[in-house]
Write a protein of this length. Structure first.
Length: 186
């Protein structure tokens, strides 16, 4: 009796993702493509728990930011091959009210400093406006470690990208951020 194989065995592939590190904002989702692997993809582990949620499809991993911080996501396939993604979840703190903003001599404490108001807020940007001085400040969240400040005074624009550090929350629940030459509390 003779046995004949129908074709060569399929090689076992390494699991390769489009990116090995990502940044996602709280409440938002980022998709990372699976370049190649062996199918049957699943989330093997998330560390620390509660940082993100992740779902695998046959061609991608969808990663949703849950809470500010950094961690690791491990994806596996049906052959036991794994790939690791370093994850940084950036604060979406601009969705909340700003309590205090100070930068290069400009000190605003909302509810206490007259003639300043919050004119616009979205997920990554806030606009602070002086009601009599023709001045506005845009704070744009660029990443977990940087913001862009755009200050407009009498039609003139000054723009800077600054490193920022999240110091966490105080006893009243306000988040404190320090950046070069300033502070943001919300």
């Amino acid at each position: 009796m003779l046995f004949v194989a129908c074709g060569p065995d399929e090689p076992i592939l390494e699991l390769v993702l489009e990116k090995n590190s990502i940044e996602v904002f709280e409440g938002e989702t980022v998709t990372v493509s699976i370049k190649h692997g062996n199918g049957g993809y699943y989330v093997q582990s998330i560390s620390p728990q509660g940082l993100i949620e992740a779902v695998c499809t046959e061609r991608s991993v969808q990663i949703s930011g849950i809470e500010y911080g950094t961690g690791t996501l491990i994806i596996a396939d049906n052959e036991g091959k794994t790939a690791t993604i370093a994850v940084s979840v950036s604060s979406n703190s601009f969705k909340r009210s700003v309590r205090k903003f100070s930068y290069k001599g400009l000190n605003i404490v909302f509810g206490e400093t007259p003639n300043w108001t919050i004119a616009g807020v979205n997920e990554k940007e806030i606009e602070l406006v002086s009601l009599g001085q023709k001045t506005s400040v845009y704070i744009v969240w660029k990443s977990s470690s940087s913001i862009e400040l755009r200050q407009y005074t009498n039609g003139e624009e000054k723009k800077e990208t600054l490193s920022i550090k999240n110091l966490g929350k105080d006893e009243k629940g306000y988040s404190h951020f320090l950046f070069e030459g300033g502070e943001l509390v919300n």
